[in-house]
Design a protein around this ligand. Structure first.
Ligand SMILES: [Zn+2]
Length: 250
């Protein structure tokens, strides 16, 4: 490492040994192991070890949170669902508000997971179950049309009555007519109304979708009754949402 009155530079060492992936680190390890006073005499003082950088950042200044943000957060990859739904509904975009919607309006894991599956288009309707070899065909078990996820939750003849009932109930709550379109049912409501009312409507819609899921795959005879029952179990929670709204208004 010390030759002809000077410490060899990294380039000189590399010219001798040839390039290898770990060479720069090994070189620095050796140079740093040399006591400082050895380096302070003569030409050795002129020695400047190359600065080690990683992703443009000097290695000594990396912290764990920086590693996390550079390697994890900056590697954001858009979920396929963004394009999928964008192609299906003209002008529609899966915003951050939609992704976070269930986390804001309900503490229930089951409802949050359901929202996650629907937004990612991975909820198992007969189309997916058929691919898994669980269902006999890809059509809806109730009306025999292709069981797309929006059919399953919104367009199916078996669920229309429940949504009409829910629209009616929500209109009473919001104080004006609430009409739930396909996109509203699929992803919740992110515009219009004030934040408290939205929270209430979205929690309500999520319970509706959970009931559809239970009804279609379970042993229930009446979807509307099932919904009313599920809502009665959550009475306190919805009362709380209503109180929050009242406080806001006062
Ligand atoms: Zn159907």
């Amino acid at each position: 490492m010390y030759s002809e009155d000077h410490w060899l530079t990294y380039e000189e060492v590399r010219a001798i040994t040839g390039y290898s992936a770990g060479l720069l680190l090994e070189y620095n390890a050796v140079i740093n192991a040399v006591p400082t006073r050895w380096k302070t005499s003569g030409a050795a003082r002129a020695f400047q070890p190359p600065t080690l950088t990683f992703h443009g950042q000097i290695i000594g200044t990396w912290t764990t949170s920086l590693v996390r943000s550079k390697l994890v957060r900056n590697k954001y990859k858009q979920p396929c669902a963004v394009n999928f739904w964008g192609n299906k509904y003209v002008g529609f975009y899966l915003t951050a508000d939609i992704w976070a919607l269930a986390f804001k309006c309900t503490p229930e894991t089951r409802l949050r997971v359901l929202h996650f599956k629907i937004t990612h288009n991975i909820y198992p309707t007969n189309i997916l179950l058929r691919k898994m070899g669980v269902a006999e065909n890809s059509n809806c078990s109730f009306c025999n049309v292709r069981d797309y996820i929006e059919h399953f939750f919104y367009n199916c003849i078996a669920v229309r009555e429940m949504w009409a009932y829910i629209e009616n109930e929500l209109s009473k709550h919001a104080g004006s007519k609430v009409s739930l379109g396909e996109v509203d049912v699929m992803f919740g409501i992110t515009t219009g109304y004030n934040a408290h009312i939205r929270k209430y409507l979205n929690a309500y819609i999520l319970v509706g979708k959970m009931c559809i899921s239970k009804y279609k795959y379970g042993q229930y005879h009446d979807l509307k009754l099932l919904f009313q029952h599920e809502m009665s179990l959550r009475k306190q929670r919805f009362q709380q949402l209503e109180n929050d709204q009242q406080i806001e208004n006062d």
